[in-house]
Design a protein around this ligand. Sequence first.
Ligand code: SF4
Length: 285
Amino acid sequence: MEQLGFEGMPRRLYTCTPTRLTTWLDCPRRYRMGYLDRPAPPKGPPWAHNSLGASVHNALAGWWRLPLPRRTAHAAGALLQQGWINEGYASDDQSAKYRDWARQLVEGYAAGLDPADEPVGVERTVATRTDVIAVSGRIDRLDARPSDGGGTELVVVDYKTGRHVLSVDDARSSLALAIYAIAAARVLRRDCRRVELHHLPTGQVFGWDHTPESLRRHLRRAEDVATECADADERMRAPLAADSYDEVFPPRTSPGCGWCAFLRHCPEGQAAAVSRRPWDGLAEL
Ligand code: SF4
């Protein structure tokens, strides 16, 4: 159904991922360039830290797909090695150094897992909808853990490989994790209130137990953001004259502009941020 947009007429559901919503919140211009501009503006070169993160995620997902007897720590390292994504590094030597480090990360992490403790889902896509949004996303891992009531409940696990120090607040405030919990509960018809960030470089887990009310708050927030996005999308389709882009999609500069894939197309971002080399986001070794 087309989005009608006339006053008093129903609008169609806004279909999105949590990332799309948070991109709008971070910077409406980046949202426009990433989701609406056609042809899409070319992005900058790949970031080495993203390559590393994807390599680790792939290895851990692959590990759970191995037959149980083969789920050893060594096997996790071998998967990392085989699937290593080599993009964004300064040199082959640098790439090899980080590959060895990442191999240790996944081996150490896998050594702390019970291979028989089969997750309910690995890289599982879940979705939910309200009267306003249809939102879907992919969960790194969905566990079933014993609950206080004697049964089991689902736990959303998100792997982190970045160098930034995390906190419980990151788990509590994450719109994406809350949406995943809501969607997992809906799809699997089981309680899901706990969300966890597993930071592999430090081995720390930052978890948060949502309440039904805190999950509802996140969902309402997602709906509010989606409504803003839908309005902006509609104005873009009107169509919007290029000299009015910044009125609807203003640049929101921050130090984070240095990591924006569209920095080369954004003079305000260039003025606000230090330009980064593709390997600058890697942790110091
Ligand atoms: S460089 Fe900064 S202001 Fe420009 S689009 Fe990217 S995030 Fe937005």
